[in-house]
Design a protein around this ligand. Structure first.
Ligand code: MLT
Length: 263
């Protein structure tokens, strides 16, 4: 499905009815990563999964895309869908940076926050330089090098070695990324603010979910966020890397269901 926002058309998938649950994908990914959650196993919810600006089937606009711009896009998207009640937002990795921006800028629109394999901190100077190199590579050579460099790190080693269907599914998702979309996201992540100081002031139910074998963002980041957010809980998903919703969907969905029941 597609919906018109101010300066681009946003693609999205949706399923079910109940409390709105907004899933925000990571980089360089799209809404299709939420297939196991769109199957209706996260409780009585209206699951909504957009392709962020420039990702998947959503139109790209010229780079950069700040995390705040992407968060504002999510609010415009909810308004276009006429969803006025507060939503639970679940952001994976870069989607978590967007979710933290939503918590900072639009707290009254949120009923709960799920931070999934993400971190609160900003990029280090080295990471910023790496983002710029990636932008240069994408613009010079297309998305292939980024996809092949990232793919082995997205999954736990056992899933990467033993689940070729999942590896192929992720490769196809990543290869469908557009050059301008990836550049926009990379430049936005590079300049995102440090959200660590925001965490102790969050006044909404929060769940931190993290794969214990995440090779991109270590579990210690999740533990630090849980400790900093008042009342937050942590669900550590064993035998999962950066994508527990795909690697261990039953455990992931159960953690989300329990969180929703607690609201
Ligand atoms: C993601 O999965 O969204 C990215 O790995 C986040 C990042 O590069 O910081």
């Amino acid at each position: 499905m597609r919906i018109k926002l101010l300066d681009f058309n946003m693609a999205y998938s949706e399923a079910g009815s109940g409390i709105p649950l907004l899933f925000i994908h990571g980089y360089p990914l799209n809404k299709d990563i939420w297939a196991p959650q769109l199957k209706g196993q996260v409780g009585s919810t209206r699951v909504i999964a957009p392709d962020l600006r420039g990702c998947g089937e959503s139109q790209a606009t010229p780079a950069p895309y700040s995390m705040d711009l992407l968060a504002d896009d999510c609010i415009a998207f909810l308004e276009a869908l006429k969803i006025t009640q507060p939503v639970v937002v679940c952001g994976l990795s870069m989607g978590g940076y967007v979710a933290l921006s939503l918590a900072r800028r639009h707290a009254s629109r949120l009923a709960g926050l799920i931070l999934n394999d993400t971190r609160a901190g900003a990029d280090s100077p080295e990471a910023k330089a790496g983002r710029q190199r990636s932008v240069d590579v994408v613009r010079a050579k297309g998305v292939g090098e980024i996809v092949e460099g990232m793919l082995p790190r997205l999954l736990a080693p056992s899933a990467y070695n033993d689940n070729p269907a999942l590896v192929q599914q992720l490769r196809a998702i990543m290869e469908s990324s557009s050059v301008e979309g990836l550049a926009g996201i990379l430049l936005g992540m590079k300049d995102r603010p440090d959200s660590t100081p925001v965490l102790p002031g969050l006044r909404l139910p929060a769940l931190v979910i993290h794969g214990t074998e995440d090779q991109i963002i270590p579990l210690s980041e999740a533990q630090a966020m849980q400790a900093a957010i008042p009342g937050a809980r942590l669900a550590a998903i064993h035998a999962a890397g950066h994508m527990p919703n795909l690697e261990q969907p039953e455990l992931f969905n159960q953690a989300v269901r329990e969180f929703l029941q607690s609201l």
